[in-house]
Design a protein around this ligand. Structure first.
Ligand SMILES: O=P(O)(O)OC[C@H]1O[C@H](O)[C@H](O)[C@@H](O)[C@@H]1O
Length: 545
């Protein structure tokens, strides 16, 4: 962390120790304008951050921290194509994928926007061709099902977005996602499908990922067995940066949709990796999705820090992690179709900010990325909210909710919204022992019983949450929401002075798995393995005999 940022963080810690005795109940009572003060909007999206344990002074200190950490300078470097991914010597330009046609963004003196628009146009043509039935399988039949084979960033973003935007499918083919190398995944997916009407998209930035290559080979076999070798070209397309490897797999050039090394996997839904989404919701809607992200980019790039949604969310995240020492962050969309949102954010946030050395390679002596987790509400209320309300760990929560549902279903939405707001209220304000006792005695409970039960029924409150409310979950809004979280991750990584854009932590497991494969698959010796791994291999051999 930059020395000035460290000083700013220390000031925040001193401030927090003074604030510790204050309860959100008091802060709200003292300041009737708290919502006005601590909320910010962009278009139809509003962030209410008033239910965090902050005051105007905290906010000023947080803004000072962002300034001290020079977040704006790094932001400028990102948007202008500097190689801020230092370990991989790469620019970080997912924002170029949704930049306007008129924009020009240079990497090493070359404007990348021509390539961006060229691929985008081809994605649009292909998506519409598949949707209309103009592009068909080998036997001339229109595709009813599209299977995206990919993992990590080549799966989570599009899978989440396809589910989120189901109401916008309007007659396009069904889109399935196969990611796991567990054969059950592709087996169960293909069991339901007609090969003549199935199109496979092999999505892999590197085109070397074990899971994807294994699933792609099985899909190829499935087509070849049923339709013959000559059918392969009609039933496969590839989304990748590694055009050489794609060629080796045997996918026709016009079926290859490229992207670039300056697009991180977890930031790639805006690139050719978004093709399954474009097929599902149509190209017009896909462009609306990009436009939503673009609106967030413009806001992030130009709005003053104190009004800047990703900056505010990032600073609150830092406050929770480094000042209050909260280890996790929950994201709870009261929006069933965002059921994979937390899964996407887990990769986005934890792969970006789960780092232990600074950009310069020194071990950090402060906490970095929290554990991110979540499930849709109201389901979570009936599962893990007990811990969030009364457990010993404080869990900051982001609530997300639409003002309007995509379909009218009686009073379902009113109930959903009431529950969302109620949970944020319960977390913030809790229920005191006096209130519990008063309630129990109004129920004519015996005093001894009141004594016995009341400690269990107290809610401490004073637990932080953000609420994001938007008009409707549509392509534009989803684009805004994803970009909001991307930039929040950026802000936090900038303050921590870590490289949010590499992912070396996934490499060791991959290498060890490839060493173990001959032992497991081909019966090679366990000599030299640690006793635990050798013991488990022996057990596996005994059990699978
Ligand atoms: O798209 P691919 O090259 O197949 O990579 C798929 C995923 O696997 C890697 O191990 C990385 O951890 C992810 O960032 C990436 O999204």
């Amino acid at each position: 962390m930059k020395p000035a940022a460290r000083t700013a963080l220390e000031a925040l810690k001193v401030h927090e120790s003074r604030l510790a005795a204050r309860h959100l109940r008091e802060l709200f009572q003292e300041d009737p304008g708290r919502f006005e003060r601590f909320s910010a909007s962009l278009g139809d999206l509003t962030l209410d951050y008033s239910k965090n344990r902050i005051t105007a002074e905290t906010f000023d200190l947080l803004i000072a921290l962002a300034q001290a950490a020079e977040v704006e300078a790094l932001r400028h470097a990102m948007f202008t194509g500097e190689a801020i991914n230092l370990t991989e010597k790469r620019a970080v330009l997912h924002t170029a994928l949704r930049a306007p046609e008129s924009a020009s963004v240079e990497v090493n003196g070359v404007d990348v926007m021509l390539g961006v628009h060229d691929v985008l146009e081809r994605v649009g043509e292909f998506a519409e061709g598949v949707r209309s039935g103009k592009i068909t399988g080998a036997n001339g039949k229109a595709f009813t099902d599209v299977v995206n084979i990919g993992i990590g960033g080549s799966d989570l973003g599009p899978a989440m977005a396809v589910a989120a935007l189901t109401p916008f499918r309007d007659g396009g083919p069904r889109v399935h996602f196969v990611s796991n190398v567990d054969g059950a995944h592709i087996h169960d997916t293909l069991a339901e499908l007609d090969p003549e009407r199935t199109l496979f998209l092999i999505a892999s930035k590197t085109f070397t990922t074990l899971e994807t290559m294994t699933n792609a080979a099985s899909a190829r076999e499935w087509i070849v067995e049923r339709l013959g070798e000559e059918a392969v070209s009609a039933h496969f397309a590839a989304l990748s940066t590694n055009l050489k490897k794609v060629g080796e797999f045997g996918i026709d050039e016009e079926r290859v949709f490229g992207f670039w090394d300056w697009v991180g996997g977890r930031y790639s839904v805006w690139s050719a990796i978004g093709l399954p989404l474009a097929i599902s919701i149509g190209f017009k809607n896909f462009k609306r999705f990009l436009a939503g992200a673009r609106q967030m980019d413009e806001h992030f790039r130009t709005a003053p820090l104190a009004e800047n949604l990703p900056v505010i969310m990032g600073l609150i995240g830092i406050y929770h992690r480094n000042v209050c020492a909260y280890p996790t962050q929950a994201v709870i969309p009261y929006d069933q179709r965002l059921s994979r949102f937390a899964a996407h954010l887990q990769q986005l946030d934890m792969e970006s900010n789960g780092k232990r050395v600074t950009r310069g390679g020194k071990a950090v002596d402060y906490q970095t990325g929290p554990v991110v987790w979540g499930e849709p509400g109201t389901n979570g209320q009936h599962a893990f909210f007990q811990l969030i309300h009364q457990g010993t760990e404080v869990v900051p929560v982001d609530f997300l909710i639409a003002a309007e549902p995509n379909e009218a279903m009686g009073d379902h939405h009113a109930k959903l919204l009431a529950n969302c707001l109620a949970q944020a209220q319960a977390l913030a304000f809790g229920r005191t022992e006096d209130e519990v006792r008063a309630e129990l005695s109004s129920q004519k409970m015996a005093p001894a019983e009141i004594d016995r039960l009341s400690p269990h029924k107290v809610f401490p409150g004073n637990r932080p949450s953000n609420t994001l409310i938007y008009k409707r979950l549509d392509p534009h809004t989803l684009g805004m929401l994803i970009a909001l979280y991307e930039h929040r991750v950026f802000v936090m990584g900038a303050i921590w002075d870590i490289n949010s854009f590499d992912q070396w932590g996934v490499e060791l497991g991959k290498a060890l798995a490839s060493n173990l494969l001959p032992v497991i698959r081909d019966g090679a010796t366990t000599d030299g393995l640690d006793s635990s791994t050798a013991g488990l291999v022996e057990r596996y051999r005994a059990l699978s005999r």
